[in-house]
Design a protein around this ligand. Structure first.
Ligand SMILES: [Cu+2]
Length: 250
């Protein structure tokens, strides 16, 4: 016997997986809420609103090819002009990503990268060379994938900005990597979101080394991965993109 409420939960889970996986319509820095990218309205408004979160078009769907230009920041990243604004955050502070929702069961890690924009972020897509470096990752803890932890935490995730990186304009690449289909080659789903930041204070560290595209391959063991093998396999899982850049201070 399955209760009506259980059926409702199952039905709404299926709907959310088909219709909208989630997007980031708002971020928070300190006590300030800043509009992100609302896939339901921002892409259909003329003139297109200028946001600190880069647009994703046409929807909040996933990217399945990690060698695609979309892997940098979002679907359509390779075509869309970024908006010429940034959110200001001090080195050592946090940026909270407020997803509209995130489905339970999109098992996988949450990965976070920065890249320093050569001048203004608004004229830079970040999709060539190796300007990126990993600053934070949450993988699997207490028998739970980080994506489920994010979902249960009211679809929020807090990114810490390193204390000792050089001040300047940066892209923050925050990503849910969903592996519920990852047992099949090409079945992983990437949901990157980029935020244009101006980081103040800080130190003199200028890390780099990763490219998007470039850092991920479909055959990486952290991408072609079956998350249904049980606790031991999940604990041994190593996400793509390598370790957090050494020497960062938080
Ligand atoms: Cu999804």
């Amino acid at each position: 016997m399955v209760s009506a409420s259980a059926l409702t939960i199952i039905a709404s889970t299926l709907v959310s997986q088909v219709v909208a996986h989630g997007y980031v319509p708002q971020i928070k820095i300190g006590s300030q809420y800043i509009p992100g990218w609302n896939v339901n309205t921002d892409g259909y408004t003329t003139p297109q609103p200028i946001r600190v979160v880069r647009a994703t078009k046409p929807d909040s769907g996933f990217i399945s090819d990690p060698s695609s230009g979309d892997i940098t920041c979002s679907i359509g990243n390779s075509k869309l002009p970024p908006g010429p604004i940034t959110a200001t955050v001090a080195a050592g502070q946090t940026v909270t990503m407020l997803w509209n929702s995130w489905p339970i069961g999109h098992f996988g890690p949450v990965l976070n990268y920065l890249a320093k924009c050569p001048g203004e972020c608004s004229s830079w897509k970040g999709d060539s060379g190796t300007p990126w470096f990993k600053i934070q990752q949450d993988v699997y803890a207490n028998s739970e994938w980080a994506s489920d932890t994010l979902a249960k935490n009211n679809a929020t995730y807090v990114v810490k900005i390193p204390k000792n990186i050089a001040p300047g304009n940066y892209l923050l690449r925050h990503e849910n990597l969903a592996l519920h289909g990852g047992a099949n080659l090409g079945g992983a789903q990437f949901y990157p979101v980029c935020v244009q930041l101006t980081i103040t204070g800080g130190g003199s560290l200028n890390p780099s080394g990763l490219g998007f595209p470039g850092a991920y391959k479909a055959t990486d063991p952290g991408i072609h991965f079956n998350p249904y093998q049980g606790e031991a396999a999940n604990k041994a899982y190593i996400p793509p993109g390598g370790a957090v850049y050494p020497g960062l201070q938080f």
